[in-house]
Design a protein around this ligand. Structure first.
Ligand code: FHN
Length: 451
């Protein structure tokens, strides 16, 4: 039972992506190893959009729940005038921002890395960039280098720091791409006028490339999360390759994700890891390291009216399902304008952290398992141990069946309580007697020893 079998159960849809990984050099594979083992990271959307928090002039922004889009989606479909939006810089003063506290919360939740919007689509930078005054030190009363403070805290807690950088969309600098809508489908033609290729190139050379270099030189990040979600004429492959070469020329450790050119054919061969679309969880194994970035509620940036908080069990399920399929989970917090995390996020981070303290050994560094998909939950594997994550505790039965498991174990225990469980071979798999009382209402983990 091993990788060979895993390959057999690969769905065809993922074959092409898997080939991307097959062509990786030993050096490429070594660079991404920490990422594969980490499995769980924190994403942060924080910027000028955190000030209005999804509400402009008393009106909840239209179209969708992405509060960081308020510049274009507030007062839908017109957006907020640029000069109005820039005024939020004068109000950006997150006095309760405490880098140590953010990173400690990530660490205590069991997260191993941390990713923040160094510059989102609005073009505003969270560090004192030299190539634009539109940044946290030059344009706001806060006047502190948020990324610098976070970099120090990340070192303290041994958390790997990465940057989200919007390389394509930039609404704050001339020449940056604008939204590829309003569009006919939304009934809001004409489309927004895009910059010319020359204008975009000017932005590229004077803002994008120098800022990426600054981020690497100043803060020594471990990875970049560039952001696109469709193909754009402004961003042909030559530019994507130029940016990749630029990053590689400045650091040999920085990982690059596939959202640098989402859905560009062959991108998987050029990048270190794959990113799924927002809150999208593939239903099978993918060989190349990959991640899903997901939200606690619906918005990425803090949104005053978004009360759609997902239950902790759902978040744990996302984490475990991804780990069992060789993927990571990057869970996003949208800090409030004062720099604190929303309480519902804190509550869930604590619950996840408590669960990870007990059960994290089945997540970190765990490999997917050939019989991962079960009707009660998921399975990961570490050497000769299988970790069974039981999310759907049977109501009408006192046992679960591990389908397709044909090896007889030497023992099965509950990870949290060390209780030994009885088991027997049955047709098509292995039957496991459940403990009388369910130790964890969200997800209980059993260890199956195959020694
Ligand atoms: O447009 C952005 C969005 O605001 C957010 O940053 C997400 C995170 O995955 N990325 C883009 C949409 O996919």
């Amino acid at each position: 039972m091993g990788k060979k079998f895993i390959h057999i159960i690969l769905s065809c849809a993922f074959m092409a992506i898997s080939q991307g990984n097959a062509q990786k050099s030993a050096e490429d594979k070594a660079r991404v190893k920490w990422f594969e083992e980490a499995r769980f990271g924190m994403f942060i959307h924080f910027g000028l959009y955190s000030v209005p928090s999804g509400v402009y002039n008393g009106e909840v922004m239209g179209r969708n729940w992405y509060a960081e889009w308020i510049r274009m989606q507030g007062n839908w479909p017109n957006g907020i005038p640029d000069e109005e939006y820039r005024k939020f810089a004068r109000q950006f003063n997150p006095e309760k921002f405490n880098a140590d506290e953010w990173i400690r919360m990530a660490s205590e939740a069991g997260m191993k890395y941390f990713l923040i919007t160094a510059k989102h689509h609005d073009g505003f930078a969270l560090w004192p960039t030299k190539v634009s005054k539109y940044n946290v030190v030059d344009a706001t009363p806060f006047n502190r280098d948020i990324l610098g403070e976070l970099a120090i805290a990340c070192k303290k807690y041994d958390i790997k720091l990465g940057f989200y950088y919007s390389h394509w969309q930039d609404w704050g600098h001339k020449g940056g791409a604008l939204p590829p809508w309003p569009s006919k489908e939304l009934g809001t033609e004409p489309k927004m006028p895009q910059p010319t290729a020359e204008e975009f190139d000017q932005y590229w050379r004077t803002i994008c490339l120098p800022q990426v270099a600054e981020l690497i030189e100043n803060y020594d990040p471990w990875f970049f999360w560039f952001d696109t979600w469709e193909r754009s004429e402004l961003l042909p492959y030559e530019k994507v390759d130029e940016l990749i070469a630029h990053v590689r020329g400045l650091s040999d450790k920085v990982l690059i994700g596939s959202r640098i050119a989402f859905e560009y054919p062959g991108i998987e061969e050029r990048v270190d890891y794959l990113s799924m679309m927002d809150n999208t969880f593939p239903d099978g194994y993918i060989e190349q390291p990959w991640e899903t970035s997901g939200t606690f509620n619906r918005s990425w940036g803090y949104h005053l009216k978004d009360f759609g908080w997902k239950p902790t069990k759902e978040l744990l399920r996302n984490l475990v399902a991804n780990a069992s399929r060789n993927g990571n989970y990057q869970l996003n917090v949208g800090p409030k304008p004062d720099g604190t995390f929303p309480l519902p996020s804190i509550k869930r981070l604590k619950e996840i952290g408590a669960w990870m303290d007990i059960n994290g050994e089945g997540i970190y560094g765990a490999e997917p398992n050939p019989v991962a998909e079960q009707d009660w939950g998921y399975i990961t594997q570490k050497g000769k141990k299988l970790y069974l994550f039981v999310f759907d505790w049977p109501i009408l039965s006192d046992r679960i069946v591990v389908k397709k498991l044909n090896t007889t174990p030497s023992g099965i225990t509950v990870l949290e309580t060390s209780e030994n469980l009885n088991y027997e071979r049955i047709e098509g798999g292995l039957g496991i007697q459940l403990p009388e009382f369910q130790p964890d209402q969200n997800c209980t983990v059993f260890i199956v020893d195959l020694e």
